[in-house]
Write a protein that binds this ligand. Structure first.
Ligand SMILES: Cc1ncc(COP(=O)(O)O)c(C=O)c1O
Length: 393
């Protein structure tokens, strides 16, 4: 497969080899297995002496096309498509961590990643330490002899905290740790963690990579050496993506650049609008100069992303009222859609945490998170304005 100089061309022109039918758009290879020409071919395929498809749990042309594109876009050698973002997170840890190993992980990670870390990994003798996003100076002292991996998300969900990838990359290199980044919020268009030394990049493709809220998917990407371990684990445990989902997601990648440009333009406009709003006490957006890590965001991100969070003065009650009053923007647990989506983390996704636990990860009672979509900006702002007005009553 060819490699072009520019992101957009790689996203559009990386394609599975054309079949005898001369199709322009790649077909869906809806097949669970592949046929061997003869016994010798089967033997060489199983012995890994030649590359080729055997069974869709191992590989499939649609999955390979999706991954080949993602690798080009992230600037890494290899990867594997997973059935969901969480399959990707779990596989990215379980392929490397053994009994007795220790994981260093940022406190502000996605809820299910938190559950894997605190409820599942300890069952297999893998311990963890949460590191505080606001105190990077203390992270080195948390590294033990048994520490094998450092895992983080930046920007984080829903607080939109930014972690300095260059700083962590150097720390990981110094202590020989596997540096694993969930790059779901930024997408490869906005940020490439491999540039800063990340060994593993994980994605929930369900979000901006799909971009239209249609399928669930994920990916684990990295060096050939790392992905060899991932492939062994995944081949035998079975979290493979369905070829239909890979086909959808590979098509979605063709428009990722234009979608992210517009998502980010809209998000910045909304953030600026909210910043001067009387009812809003604070706004978080990585490319607002008031963001505490604005300089780091500017260094490692091409654009500020599509997520904006803001704080309503009236706390929990006003937050709930705001969501009940939205007329166009969807109230949904997803993000990364053409449709703008709002959530109120304190009463939904993070309601099981105590007020103190929520405060540590920046979730206050009045915090609203918006995944800014591609509707006309005037309509997005009008809906937010009317919902703020109604939420006051
Ligand atoms: C940052 C992040 N990582 C991982 C996931 C999990 O992805 P999936 O729902 O595709 O399993 C999500 C889902 O919202 C997420 O926001």
């Amino acid at each position: 497969m060819a490699k072009w100089k520019n992101f957009e061309t790689n996203a559009i022109r990386t394609q599975t080899e054309r079949s005898a039918q001369r199709e322009h758009s790649v077909p869906i290879y809806a097949t669970s297995s592949f046929v061997f020409d003869d016994a010798e071919q089967a033997r060489t395929l199983f012995a890994n002496e030649v590359k080729g498809n055997i069974y869709t749990r191992f590989s499939n042309p649609n999955n390979d096309e999706f991954i080949e594109k993602l690798c080009l876009l992230e600037g890494v050698e290899d990867g594997m498509a997973m059935a969901s973002g969480m399959a990707a997170m779990f596989v990215s840890m379980a392929s490397f961590l053994n009994q007795g190993d220790h994981l260093l992980i940022c406190r502000s990670v996605f809820g299910s990643t938190h559950q894997i870390t605190t409820q599942l990994l300890p069952r297999w003798g893998i311990s963890y330490t949460y590191i505080d996003i606001h105190e990077p100076g203390k992270w080195e002292s948390e590294i033990k002899e048994s520490t094998k991996m450092i895992f983080l998300e930046t920007p984080s969900n829903p607080g939109l905290d930014i972690i300095d990838l260059e700083f962590v990359g150097k720390l990981a290199e110094k202590h020989n740790l596997i540096f694993n980044v969930d790059n779901c919020f930024a997408t490869p268009y906005i940020q490439n963690p491999a540039k800063y030394g990340a060994d593993i990049i994980t994605h929930s493709a369900t979000k901006f990579i799909d971009g239209q809220g249609r399928v669930i998917g994920g990916a684990v990407l990295g060096s050939r050496q790392c992905i060899e371990k991932v492939r062994f684990f995944a081949r035998h445990t079975g979290p493979a993506m369905s070829p239909f989902n890979s086909w959808v997601l590979s098509k979605s990648l063709e428009t990722l650049a234009v979608r992210m440009e517009k998502h980010c333009e809209n998000a910045l406009q909304l953030a600026k609008h909210l910043e001067s709003h009387q009812e809003v006490c604070s706004v978080r957006y990585p490319f607002l100069p008031t963001h505490p890590n604005y300089k780091i965001a500017k260094k490692q991100m091409r654009l500020g992303g599509a997520m904006v969070s803001f704080e309503l003065q009236g706390g929990m009650e006003q937050g709930k009222q705001f969501l009940n009053s939205l007329k166009m923007i969807s109230f949904s647990a997803n993000l990364g859609d053409t449709r703008s989506i709002a959530t109120h983390p304190a009463s939904t996704t993070h309601s099981k945490l105590s007020v103190e636990e929520r405060a540590i990860v920046g979730i206050t009672d009045g915090l609203i998170r918006v995944s800014v979509g591609l509707e006309h900006m005037d309509d997005i702002i009008a809906d937010i304005e009317q919902a703020i007005r109604c939420s006051r009553k």
